[in-house]
Design a protein around this ligand. Structure first.
Ligand SMILES: [Cu+2]
Length: 105
């Protein structure tokens, strides 16, 4: 009886724990995203680091993950969660040449 109860509790604990979310880092340096393509899992987080001397404005208009980090000063780190599967095109509003594709699976 006690053994059955214990295993039920363990099953509940396992069900309540989300799949391990991973953290990825994308740097902005020399007005480029590094890496320029990234594969992540649903629920993973990407930390956008501004390693440049000027301000960036990372954003995405992708229906899969629509976000705008607004003005991000040099030295700033900002975390974005990717909750849905699909391809997310990420750009910088200040530097149109900056481009990153995040594939979420
Ligand atoms: Cu920029």
């Amino acid at each position: 009886m006690i053994r059955i109860f214990a295993s039920s509790v363990m099953l509940l604990a396992a069900a309540a724990t989300p799949l391990l979310a991973e953290e990825h880092v994308v740097t902005q340096k020399g007005q480029k995203f590094t890496p320029a393509t990234l594969n992540v899992k649903v629920g993973d987080e990407v930390v956008f680091v501004n390693d440049d001397t000027g301000t960036h404005n990372v954003f995405s208009e992708s229906p899969v993950n629509n976000f705008d980090l607004k003005a991000q000063r040099p030295g700033t780190r900002t975390k974005v969660t990717f909750p849905m599967a699909g391809s997310v095109e990420v750009r910088c509003a200040i530097h149109p040449s900056m481009h990153l594709t995040v594939s979420v699976r």
